[in-house]
Each structure stands twice: as C-alpha cells, then as structure tokens.
Design a protein. Structure first.
Length: 214
C-alpha cells in the first residue's frame, strides 16, 4: 500500500471553451501557473477473498510551478517526498532512508501529476490522455482522463473542480489503477499563483541515503 501511494503520483483543443469539468480544467491549466495546497489522500484496495475493502489515509502538502516542477510532501502517517525538479523525478522514503531517481521526461507525461501540475496546456495533456466531461457529483464538476497508452498502471483519472471559481477551484483528484485500487486526493487551503522560490523544487539526497537511479 505504501509503495502504491507514491506510484500513482509518479505514474484535441478544437474548441476554445468547453462546458463543465473540461472548461474548468482548461481554465485551471491556462491561468494557474503555480500553486500550493494541503491534501488528504485515501487509498482503497478492492475487496477480495470475502474480505472487506481496506483503506489507508495520508496527509501532506503539495506545491507546483508549471510546466514541470512539483513537490508532494507526505507527513502522516509516514514521511515521504516526491519532487520533480524539471529534469529528475525524486522519491525519498524517510523510513528506509532510500532515494529513487528517474529521468522526468520518460515517466511524467501520462501520470495524474501531469494533469494538475506539469502540463503546460491542454494540447500537451491530449497527447497522453483522452479527456471528457463527467457528470457533476458531490457538488463538483468532473473531467475524466483516460490514458491512451494501455501499457501503464492507470485505468482512469478524474479531476474535480468547484464550480464558480474563476481561476482555480481544484478540489479533488481520483485515480483508478489497473488492479482496481482507488486513490482519492482532496485538496484544501489552495493558494493560486504564489511566488515560489526556485529552490522549492530542488532536491539533494540526504547524506547516507541509499540512492537508486532508474
């Protein structure tokens, strides 16, 4: 479960205006160049062998600067960092004192993080996802993104926006993987276009950490 929480995150513009979730996503990508928020993430494994579904809740903070920098810091119940510095995607597990690094360009395009933090525009997203409006639910407008590649771990991603908020409205990110596991991130205290120092997204492996390069 712990490995999955990290993996899901590092896993045609013909009309200028769309209704519902697509319009909200277009507005968000166009107008929000940087952001900061707190998040709560609930990962639920599907029920099997007569056992009830199991859930795991994590909390932390999220920051991003388009087009390709972001940072997820998990604080509870365990500490973990996922940092994209524009060249490299870093994953640091504090308990294991282990760092994994990957070339960012080879892993980021079709991940959930690309939808809300990395892509410069919708045209870039449409290279990796099929985007469509989804029915409103829970007071939010939803857009569903289906990966075009069938080789990855993602089945579908939904992004939820609060209607009526002109520049942001980012509220939730729901991820379904190919094994039926469901991960829902709920965002709060969202700040739009804060001035984030460049070193916000700089990561240096801690002294003594085991570094694995992939």
């Amino acid at each position: 479960m712990k490995k999955y929480i990290a993996t899901v995150l590092i896993a045609a513009c013909a009309h200028p205006v769309w209704a519902g979730g697509l319009e909200s996503l277009e507005t968000f990508v166009k107008t929000v160049n940087s952001g900061r928020a707190e998040f709560s993430q609930v990962v639920t494994a599907p029920a099997k062998d007569g056992q009830a579904a199991r859930s795991k809740t994590s909390t932390g903070t999220f920051e991003f600067s388009r087009p390709n920098r972001f940072r997820f810091i998990y604080k509870k119940p365990f500490e973990q960092s996922i940092v994209a510095d524009g060249q490299t995607l870093w994953l640091y597990d504090t308990d294991l004192n282990q760092v994994t690094s990957r070339k960012q360009s080879s892993v980021l395009g079709s991940t959930p993080a690309a939808l809300i933090a990395a892509a410069p525009d919708l045209r870039a997203l449409q290279a990796d996802f099929t985007l469509a409006d989804a029915p409103d639910a829970g007071g939010l407008q939803w857009v569903v993104a289906t990966p075009k590649s069938k080789d990855g771990q993602l089945q579908a991603v939904r992004v939820g926006f609060r209607p009526g908020e002109k520049s942001s409205g980012l509220a939730a990110l729901e991820i379904i993987d190919s094994f039926g596991q469901r991960s829902v991130l709920t965002f709060s205290k969202v700040e739009v276009n804060p001035n984030l120092p460049a070193d916000t997204f700089r990561f240096t492996p801690p002294k003594g950490a085991d570094v694995i390069r992939q």
